[in-house]
Design a protein around this ligand. Sequence first.
Ligand code: ADP
Ligand code: ZN
Ligand code: ZN
Length: 666
Amino acid sequence: MKEQQVIRLALPLPLRKYFDYLPPENIDFKALIPGIRVQVPFQQRSLVGILVSVENKSDVPYAKLKRAQAILDTQPLVPEDVYKLCLWAAEYYHYSVGEVLASALPTLLRKGKPAILKVRKKEEDIAEKDTALELNADQQFAVQQINQAKETFQVFLLNGVTGSGKTEVYLQSMTEILQAGKQVLVLVPEISLTPQTVQRFRQRFSQHKILALHSSLTEQQRLQAWLMAKSNDAQIIIGTRSAIFTPLAALGLIIVDEEHDASFKQQDRFRYHARDLAIMRANMNHIPVVLGSATPSLESMLNVKRNRYQLLSLPIRAGVAQLPDFRLLDLRTLPVQEGLSSELINMIRVHLQRDNQVMLFLNRRGFAPVLYCTQCAWMAACKRCDARMVYHQHPERLQCHHCDTRSRIPEKCQQCGDTRLQPVGLGTQRLEQTLAKLFPNIPLIRVDRDSTRRKGEMQNLLEQIANNSKAILLGTQMLAKGHHFPNVTLVGVIDADSGLFSADFRAAEQMGQLLMQVSGRAGRAEKAGVVAIQTRHPDHALLQLLIKKGYQAYADNLLGEREMALLPPFSYFAVFRAEAYVEDNVKNFLTIIRDMLPNSLDTLQVMGPVPAIMARKKGLHCQHLLMKTNKRSVLQATLKNILQQLESLTGNHAVKWVLDVDPVEV
Ligand code: ADP
Ligand code: ZN
Ligand code: ZN
């Protein structure tokens, strides 16, 4: 009997289950197509859910079922492949399907607004055109291999040194696919930082509609972009990690640029990895996926060794550009002035005299990382985090880089009352000040989160760089990513040591990647480049390996170490992260989970609960329970079981927790 039918919905709630409702009154049952949005009452609220199925019976007694308020769509909103991807991701990351599906929708659709594509005015042609470059042999081979894989699932690792012409390979592998009327999805780490990349796509494919999904789009623009992608009104979609959920009517190729970049992993709530989902989506759609990087992740390198991915190498720089020379500058023996060794200062002078640009890299913004009492060694600390307050100038204040607490500079020490307080250590603002004294007539362009906070400011700084001949660019890793600065001939790394001795097993990998990315900014055009690395450990074996043998040898060495220690990618991690205002609550909660874990499995190791590296953040105590396995299926089955038990557990509301599968920070 029709009246008995119930609709099963995925709701944007943390519970890992579906919810049954009665269909709205007087509804035509033909309108109940899985994938449409349905508005329903939930407790005191109204929620927008996605219809999963129509059922003949429910576990909930019929009399208790509530009635849905409205059907919001006539057609399924989420296409089948995105829907399947969401189901897969919900299962893999152990997250609520309803929330995963909701995160795949633009905010306006999540709020129940209609999905109507507006008619677009024909736009002016946004760029000057350019034509395809003549490829070198390695590039040609890469493009040909990717083209051959059309309509089959295959993963390519395009490993090319910086400036080797990876972008040109992307562009030329897209050509045939676009001509066939298909779409290309391009994932990049940070779109607002790399307007040049988007510009190159626009210049090459001016006859196609290109969407750049950057963070300054309005909600309405985002919705329109989503609808255009869905209807194949746009052919090229460039976006950051969340773009992996964009509906694409005719997806033909996925490109993940800078595949090693940690920003592809979402670091809160639904902790998916966009690169891994890209591979899954390509698999579901029977299409090729290209992972590009000058410094591939160890995960991808291992997949090449195991013949799961096909390696495409671009070992030399395109055109006339040469790879830079490395110099290690020993901070223990050279005279040092505010963090700059005499040798580096000389090198800067020489390069500027030749009318070239110099880029200095320091991964610490602000003026100084510590405000220190010269009498009693007190240091200004954040009240809410286990962290020091960073000294900032313009405006002058203390700032916590973890919770953004800001305060005035104290006039006296809060421990002994002495007024002789001193900023200690080096941040980009202090470096800028020192450089201004040393090189008074040279333009200084600082690029960090503070100098680019306002909209359009990054673009402005990039233009200043392009418009000046000699200049000093200084900044954090924002400067390291993707930019093409043809006049930079000297790259200086102010402090290479932080990555050498870290508690995180990925630190060495990340340091190597960052150093190579930074050095990749030197000598990208006709002019040869030099990279000067300041360090207190010039003999460190890893540093030596990296600069003498290159990233490949360095990464091979790290892979060897990981294999011996049975660390990822030779094993798999998952971590429960819990936080609460009361430390005991966190510990007790994680102990409950630990006690749920079977203790007889030799395939599963459990560590913890242990305090996080930053044990208190924003006033919350953070602890971890780490699980490690060499059998993913064992881990997944165990987690599923635990989560079911956790959901029936009551009284843990004081503890906020999340499960992180394949964490990138441990
Ligand atoms: P990557 O993405 O690997 O850093 P790009 O694609 O940005 O490298 O290329 C670096 C520079 O080399 C660009 O200026 C690009 O125009 C140029 N280039 C790329 N391929 C070729 C080629 N086959 N011949 C000449 N120049 C090239
Ligand atoms: Zn003091
Ligand atoms: Zn803080």
